[in-house]
Write a protein that binds this ligand. Structure first.
Ligand SMILES: [Zn+2]
Length: 174
């Protein structure tokens, strides 16, 4: 299972891995951390499994272009991201059977941080603890989990079949 790290320990580790850059999302898109665990990509967006996660099974939908506000985001791009998040949430539900699946556009209001980005993205997060609340789930205060390469690859492979099937059903991002 993924290893849990304290917040400060995780930040040190991410910086050591080269995680201090102008934009976290652009760096993920460009494979600065090595090949991303990519579930889907198209002309507008990418769907990937982030390495540092708050809950196991976490999926990230990100816009390919660097856009940092809804005013700077075209409606078609937003609807495309929302469609991909819908598809990802259905994949997470069918694969992991969580109690709930949170979908949220969060991001940083304090500029670009080591692990929070202004670049538009959506989180898809499976919830398995009935006591979990958004304030806990979307915070690093209780630490962060990181999976091994093998665990991440296994999760990604497990998502691939449902991802294809959901694409056929919904036609989103197909
Ligand atoms: Zn960016």
């Amino acid at each position: 299972m993924p290893v849990w790290l304290e917040r400060e320990e995780a930040l040190v580790r991410i910086r050591r891995e080269g995680g201090d850059f102008a934009c976290l999302m652009c760096a993920l898109r460009d494979g600065v951390f090595g090949a991303p665990f990519l579930l889907h990509e198209d002309a507008r967006a990418l769907v990937l499994l982030p390495r540092y996660i708050r809950r196991w099974g976490h999926v990230l939908v990100m816009l390919r272009e660097h856009r940092t506000s809804f005013e700077g985001l075209g409606e078609a791009d937003w609807l495309h991201m929302a469609g991909l998040a819908y598809r990802a949430a259905r994949v997470v539900e069918s694969s992991l059977k969580p109690l709930r699946c949170y979908v949220a556009s969060t991001g940083s209001s304090g500029g670009e941080l080591v692990q929070s980005s202004r670049h538009m993205h959506l989180h898809v997060l499976p919830i398995t603890d009935p006591d979990d609340r958004p304030a806990r789930v979307f915070s690093w205060s209780e630490g962060i989990a990181v999976g091994s390469d093998e665990e991440m690859k296994a999760l990604l492979e497990g998502y691939r079949g449902p991802w294809s099937r959901q694409g056929e059903l919904s036609g989103v991002g197909a």
